[in-house]
Each structure stands twice: as structure tokens, then as C-alpha cells.
Design a protein around this ligand. Sequence first.
Ligand SMILES: Nc1ncnc2c1ncn2[C@@H]1O[C@H](COP(=O)(O)OP(=O)(O)OP(=O)(O)O)[C@@H](O)[C@H]1O
Length: 729
Amino acid sequence: MSREGQQSAGAPSVGGDLGRPSAATGQEAADLVFAAEQAHLSETYGKLEKIGRDAIAAMEAVARDAAEDKKSMAEELAVNFATWDDILETHADIVAMNNIIEAHDMANSVQAERLRAVEVLLREPYFAKIALQFKEGAPAKELYIGSAGISDENYRRLVVDWRSPVAEVYYNQTMGPTSYVADGRTIHVDLQLRRQFEIEEDRLITYFDSDVAIEDKLLLASLSRGRSAHMQAITATIQREQNAVVRHEDVPVLQVAGIAGSGKTSVFMQRIAYLFYQHRGALDPTQVFLISPNPVFGRYIDRVLPDLGERNPEILTWEEFLSPLLPAGRGVGESDVSLERLRAIDAAVASFEFARSDFRDITSAGVRLLGGDAVEKVSAKFANLPAGPHRATLMAEELSVRLTARLKSLAAQEDTHDEIASLPVDEQLRLFGEVFDPQSDEEARTLALVYLEEKHTDALRAMEAMEWLDVDRVAARLLGREGLTSVEWVYLKMALTGLGNPEARYVMIDEAQDYSQGQLAVLARYFRRAHFLLLGDPNQAIFEGTATWDEMRAVFEEMRGSVSQCRLMTSYRSTPAITDLFARLLPAGEAMEVASVQREAPAPEIVVCENADEWKAALVEAVRVACDAGGLTAVIVPWKNDAKRLAKTLDGVTVLGEGDSLPETGIVVVPLKLAKGLEFDRVIIPDASARAFPNSDIARRRLYTTISRATRHLTILSNGELTELLNQG
Ligand SMILES: Nc1ncnc2c1ncn2[C@@H]1O[C@H](COP(=O)(O)OP(=O)(O)OP(=O)(O)O)[C@@H](O)[C@H]1O
């Protein structure tokens, strides 16, 4: 038990109905509360362990029963296709067998769900307790809130899930009369106690009672623990303005602007977990997409949801999203594309008709499997429909049938059988599990089809991707120009074929300010039924040609109707002094609103060097100090080339690459592009000279982004005259 922690806990603020002595002194009362809470924790922990053990035993029993049932069912199942009645009977038996297997699966998934909750809770059974009075005069009801919810065998709630409606009063942070919404009904309650805990497994470290809840002590405790190599969930300390985003109603588009370190990324991880809870069983992680700024960032955040007992959604960078949609060998390239250029595509497609030259052959392994002429014929069949997604889908279905027919006809040819027979034996074994020795024509055809489907897998993929349509040809004819950017190319293909993912339900774009209008329009169109969450910081727009915050809203208003907006103005990452420094780079009105809740640390250091030797010595010294101090230090440079150059100057210092994960400790040189979204104990800006950061908007945003990566220590060096940006204000 941490005596110090216990003393820091506020005096209990609620009286007798919660079982605490009212006459005791503050410290005695606190001790009694501590002892009572530790006892409750130990009891809950024991119950959780038992639930876990019971769940495993139940799953074992289900597995045993299922195996026995399957065995006896398989023995009893008499497959008989002799008469129509026999077929019906066989069918009924199979349905019954499947129902039994399904029942086993269901029983297992219920237990697996409980086990998952127990696994999460055994790390920290809960982090808060609230006492709610539902009716005047009635005793307050105590609820413990944790990262998952669980009930005991009598359906009594041991721990309430942080995402359940009632938990909202904890996050509202208002004592006394308050309310929450459940099943569309507003429920008025009196919040009499809001107690936060620091717990490790079954050990209570300390507790804090909120009185008026101005200050969130658990938040301060959590922030003082500092940074880690992987992003952590913020479930216990989600702040009120953040909670408004996490629990925001399910609107088509939610655009959240937040200053650096305001918890945008943390909030959207919590929102994903919240959505999974709300749509339990109906929302699959494969229907949720998270577009991340770079692969390092993807790895930085990929533990948050598993720690909350949820599966990760699809985490993709823009390149990873776009590449598979492009023809092989075509790079992602330039992404700065305006909405006008895409509108021109829509306008052109609206009055367009296919021509023979738009179609091309599907060939594979040197064989022409489907000719452009055949595609034209199929197109003519649907000529009554406008050239566009509906027609393309019908064409694709018919062409697919034709391709299958073609493969089947090849499978019947003796040449093919000879080709298979001449394959090395181990290749035949890999393909068929035995040597190719068909006993009938039918068997020969079946095996040959297996072989051909593998041999021509490229053709099947090309068919799936509707590559019989030559998008470049269409572009040249339709738009009168070749060399479309990849953004335009994919947009045109979507307009012509309906290419997209209609199954996606949610798409979250982090660092949304770094995308061009064209990129945003492509995402909005590709995920045409999804709800979007756009998180970003207009002041961290560090690339040329990206959409402004208003342009982003306009793109989504045009494509989705309406856009809801929220703002996050408190920084949780950086010390007040670092926050002040980067807030100085904000437009005047905005800087006023920015606040930091971190505790203070040494002020940022700015060293202006007169010449290159002095600068190099100062840099080496800054790195040495950082090395001695421990933790993780980033030397953040504007571009990749600077990183390589600097690594030579600083012997033995590694450069963080796209394929790397963030190390726990040490010194890394990081190009700004890869530092996006990340944070470090210390940041060294090797050169903040007027040359490196001229007095321009983009340089101002790049400097703001660089500075705001630092949590506690910041050293700024300047090789020559310091940038004017830091001299202002
Ligand atoms: N409510 C909170 N409780 C505890 N820690 C928090 C909270 N909100 C944010 N943090 C911490 O603050 C830091 C910054 O959060 P996060 O990276 O989510 O901010 P961001 O707005 O995405 O930052 P940026 O845009 O500058 O990259 C993280 O270490 C995060 O854990």
C-alpha cells in the first residue's frame, strides 16, 4: 500500500449510506475507506478468477460434447440421394446436425466473450466507482466501472463496462444532479460519489475522491507516468470534451479539430472500442478502417484495442490503401489533386459511351483467355444502359461466366492433361495430394480445372479488378489527356465501374489535415456507405497542396450531406512551457484557448550558434545530455535527406525508417513525416535557423508540429540566425 498515495487521496465526501464513519478524522476515514476498497477489490478479483476458471471449464465441456455429438452424428448420418424423399431426409439430417454444431459454437462464443472480459479485468478490475441515487430518499447505488463489463453467476453486475450508458455520468465529471441517456430515455440521477482508483491486478495503490471535479487527479497521476513506446488506452481518464467525441451520436461525418497532444488519436481509439460495444455482434473489425499517416504510427497504436479486449480494425496508410487498386507497377505518386479535376471526370463520364478501344484482352501465362472483341460484344448487349457502374457490374458478371467456361473448355483438352502429367511429381502432389492419374474424363476435367485456376490466377484477379476496361484509354479519349495522377485514375475507375468497398461501416482518418481534396474525395467515394471520423489539426498541415479544414468539410458535405464538428483545445502531452511555445505559432485567437494539464519541467532551451563548428559542438553536447538523461529522444529533421546527413555527423545514432517500430529508449533521428502523431520524452530540433524555417505558413506549421512532439524536454539549436517564427510574440 502506498501511504503517500493514500494521503494524497481526497477526504471522503459522502456520508453514512456508503458505510463510512462520519465522526472519524480525515486521515482515519481515508484509512478506513482504503481498507474497505482493498477488501472489495480482493473479493472482486477472486470472483473474476473464478469466472475465468468456470468459463474455461465450460468451454472444455462444450468442446467435448461437440466432438462426441459430431462423431455420433457422422455415424448416424446416412447420406442417401436415391429418391426425392431420401434427399429431403438427408437434407433435414444435415440441417439438424448444423444446428447442433451452431449451438455449440454459440455456447463457446458466450464463454469466450466472458473469458476475454476476465483477461482484460484481471490486469485492473476497475478504475472508478460511482454512487448514484436514482430516487430521493432511496439509498445510493454503487457501481464499479472498468475496461470491460462482467456479471457474476447470479447476473449481479460486478463491473460495469465504461461504454455502458450509465458510465457516462462518470465522464461528465459533474457531481450532484446529472443525467444519462439509455435506450433513448434520459435518466436523472444524483451523483453522490465519484471515486477513482489506481489498481494493479488485486492491489489497490491509491484512490481519489472528486469533490467538485475541477481537477482530475487520476489524469494527473497518469500523465506523470510519462510516455511509453506504444500508445496506451485512456479509458480511465477520458476528459469531458474528449468524451463528447467518443460517445458522439453516430453521424455520417464527424470532423474533430484538436491542437497538438489533445488526445485526438487516443480519442479515436476509444471511439472505435465504443462503436464495437454499441454494435456488439453486428460490427466486424474488417468493416472498420483506420487510415494512418505512416507505418511507424500504425505500429505505435496497434496495441490499444487488443488491450481493451477488442480486435484491431484494418490499419492502412494512404499508400497501402491505394496501391492494390492500381495496375501492377504503377506507383502511388502525386496526391495533390483538386476537387475540380475530379468533378471534370464526373461530368465527362455522365455523357460517355464505351468504344472498342476501351476494352482489352485478358491474358495470362501467354494465353489469351478473353478477347477485347468478346468484351465489346458483352458491352453491346447492355447498350440500353448508360456506361457506368451498373452496366460494368452486369458486364463483369457475364464476362466472369465466359472466363469460367473458357477454363472449363481448356480443362477438357488433352493438351492440358499432358501438360499436367509432365509436371514434376512433387508439383502434382502439391496440387492434388496425389500423382495425376485420372480414372475418368470427369476426374481429369476436375483436376485440370484446379490446375488451370492456379495457373491463371492472374487472369481471375484481373477479372475481379475489371481490368478488361482500359482506364488509360478511356481517360485519353474522355479527358483528352494521358498521364492521370493515381488519384484521378482511381476516381475515374470508380466512376466507370463502381469500384469500392460498400461493406465498410466506419472509416477513421487520423492526421486528416495532410490529405488533398482529391484524396479525401477518393476515400469518401470508395467507402461509399461508411461513416467517417476525421481527426486532425489544421496547424499541423505540413505538406503542400492539402485541403484546408473548410475545404475538407466542403468535400464531405458535397459527398455525404452534413458534417458535425468538435474541437479539442487542451494539450495532455507537453509541459505548459512547451505548450506555450508551440501555441505561440498558432493564429492569434486560437493560442488564447490552448491549455496544458501536464506538470512543469525545465523550460525549453534555445541555443543560437554563430558558426558551423559551434553548432556541431552544441548538437553533440545536446545529444550527450539526452543520452545521459535516458528515456527516448528524437532529433527531428525536416526531410529524409537531412536525417541521413545528420546521422553521419552524430556517429552511431540510428535513423528511424518506415519499417521500424519506436524503440523504448535511446536516440533516434526522425524525419518530420515519420514523427507525425508520435511523442518523445525529449526532442532536439537540430536547426531552427531562418534558413530551415523561413517566415512562411508552411514552415510555421512544420515547426509547430516538430515542437509539439516533445513531452517534457525540448532543445532547439540554430545554425546561424534563429527563425523569426520563434522570435515573434
Ligand atoms: N484523457 C487522457 N488521459 C490520459 N492521457 C491522455 C488523455 N488524453 C491524451 N492523453 C495523452 O496525451 C498524449 C497525446 O495524445 P494523442 O497522441 O492522442 O494526441 P493527438 O491530439 O493525436 O496528438 P498530435 O495531433 O499532436 O499527434 C498521449 O500520450 C496520450 O496518452
